[in-house]
Design a protein around this ligand. Structure first.
Ligand code: AHR
Length: 509
């Protein structure tokens, strides 16, 4: 086999854990132009909308089969008082969004608007409650308002605001980043708070809450261990569903430092590789947290929810530093494709992941232009689109040889070929990334236990790693048909140009 051909062994008849569709989840915070100007433009806008919700954004996200949307934060969640966001808009109090730009928040996008958005998207809501500055009663009443049927004070309030039927809300966050903007707590203190809030966040009727404890930052295994210990001591309570069912973790890919994170579009090859090395560490992160959890929960009942991930660059020059608005290039696309390969490998523990954030903030799917009101789909959007067939599919293990291409980046090895695969409804989907900035590579998919029929392949790449989409050039980075798949004795050979992402789909023969 020529040296630039990388064999990848896939047993198509040996399926692994199912890839939860919620791994392709999203996140919308009251931050910058994510909600206002992004998802929501108000009923009086000349942009086509339904109840103020931007319909072009809805259409683009529906095409991704977006499974869930986390809201209202982020840091904002621990400052949010839900009763300010219900009732006639003119009567809703104004607050200051202290975390994000110190701008005024008029609360025009509240609970009813969020639930309407989820209905339009066909996505499940994931609500993050306020533990940092709220009360147990406030959270308890929010659950009651949303999900209780019959007659009760909160049900009457909901009905007075025009909603007869309770909504279904399964995913419920017990705060956010309690170690930081969510209250600056110790792990031990928060673990007690999480239990207290969990007790009063009740499941009504057949709406069974899936409660997610606010988890660690990055590699803070002590935080996860503390949350798991609590469940260990109260194992029988876990079994009867009165505690939290998952712990979250946040991991951002930052090329530079928090003070100077690097520019989104201007970077050199070294900075590119550093970015990819840091992105690849999400594997170590998930392995580390899962190992801690295995000690306390060997049967894997408690899930990991990576409810914030993605790239974080310096804001675009001239934009509000508190709005976290950044462009999105081919580099971001490869960060996303690499994350998904890792997520697929961790499908046994990872029950959900939410990219930060869906529109106009951090590693967004969609950028809306404040002047022209045009909507731009980012390279990251296209990775989500090309990979959507993995949602709820059975993972397939992919083995690359020891000597697979790699390079030393800042003293650590970065594997430059990444592959994952899954199987659903008699079809197989392969995702392949070539992280090498300059060299093409061939991957030989050595298929065992079955063969595949006619293939359909798509590729996402661009001349430059910094290529990105704008209202003037919306398709500078867009998927196209890929001709680089050939049949071999062993399976399929896939040509991957430098810095490219390719999917290959085929029916099982
Ligand atoms: O996604 C932006 C912010 O990053 C979130 O509000 C917070 O949870 C995290 O620190």
């Amino acid at each position: 086999m020529p040296h630039n051909v990388v064999p990848a062994v896939v047993n198509v008849d040996l399926t692994g854990p199912r890839i939860n569709r919620h791994i392709y989840g999203h996140f919308a915070e009251h931050l910058g132009r994510c909600i206002y100007g992004g998802f929501y433009v108000g009923e009086d806008s000349d942009i086509p909308n339904e109840g103020g919700i931007r319909l072009d954004v809805v259409e683009a996200l529906r095409a991704l089969d977006i499974p869930n949307l986390r809201w209202p934060g982020g840091c904002f969640a621990d400052e949010y008082h839900w009763k300010d966001g219900i009732g006639p808009k003119a009567d809703r109090p104004v607050m200051v969004n202290t975390h994000w730009g110190g701008v005024e928040e008029n609360n025009h996008f509240g609970t009813h608007e969020f639930m309407a958005l989820c209905e339009l998207l066909g996505a499940e809501p994931y609500i993050a409650g306020n533990v940092g500055s709220g009360t147990v009663r406030e959270m308890s009443e929010w659950v009651e308002y949303l999900t209780r049927d019959g007659d009760s004070p909160m049900v009457r309030l909901r009905k007075a605001n025009g909603r007869e039927e309770p909504w279904k809300v399964k995913y419920w966050g017990l705060g956010n980043e309690a170690w930081g903007c969510g209250g600056n707590m110790t792990a031990e203190h928060y673990a007690n708070e999480a239990r207290r809030y969990a007790v009063y966040s009740r499941s009504y009727g057949d709406n069974k809450l899936y409660k997610i404890a606010a988890g660690a930052s990055d590699f803070d295994y002590h935080w996860t261990e503390t949350l798991m210990k609590q469940l260990g001591h109260l194992g029988c309570q876990r079994a009867n569903n009165s505690m939290y069912q998952a712990v979250s973790v946040h991991y951002y890919t930052i090329e530079g430092t928090w003070a100077d994170k690097g520019a989104a579009t201007e970077f050199d090859t070294d900075q590119y590789y550093t970015t990819m090395r840091k992105a690849a560490r999400v594997d170590e992160l998930l392995t580390g947290h899962a190992n801690v959890m295995d000690c306390y929960d060997p049967t894997g009942e408690i899930g990991i929810v990576l409810d914030e991930w993605g790239t974080w660059w310096n804001v675009e020059p001239g934009t509000n530093p508190g709005f976290l608005y950044q462009q999105n290039t081919m580099r971001d696309a490869l960060v996303a494709s690499l994350h998904f390969d890792v997520f697929h490998r961790h499908a046994d523990r990872l029950v959900m992941a939410n990219i930060a954030q869906t529109v106009n903030v951090l590693q967004a799917m969609i950028l809306t232009d404040p002047d022209s009101k045009a909507l731009v789909l980012t390279p990251t959007y296209h990775v989500f689109a090309m990979n959507k067939g993995h949602q709820d599919a059975d993972s397939l293990r992919v083995d690359l040889p020891e000597g697979a291409p790699g390079r030393d980046v800042d003293g650590e090895e970065l594997r430059t070929v990444s592959v994952s695969a899954s199987r659903k409804d008699g079809r197989v989907l392969f995702s392949l990334s070539n992280l090498d900035a300059e060299a093409a590579v061939e991957v030989e998919l050595d298929l065992r236990g079955g063969a595949v029929g006619e293939t359909a392949s798509r590729i996402l790449t661009a001349e430059a790693l910094g290529a990105h989409n704008t209202p003037e050039t919306p398709e500078a980075v867009a998927p196209r048909e890929h001709e680089g798949v050939t049949r071999t004795e062993r399976g399929l050979r896939v040509h991957l140009p430098a810095h490219s992402f390719v999917t290959v789909e085929a029916p099982l023969a």
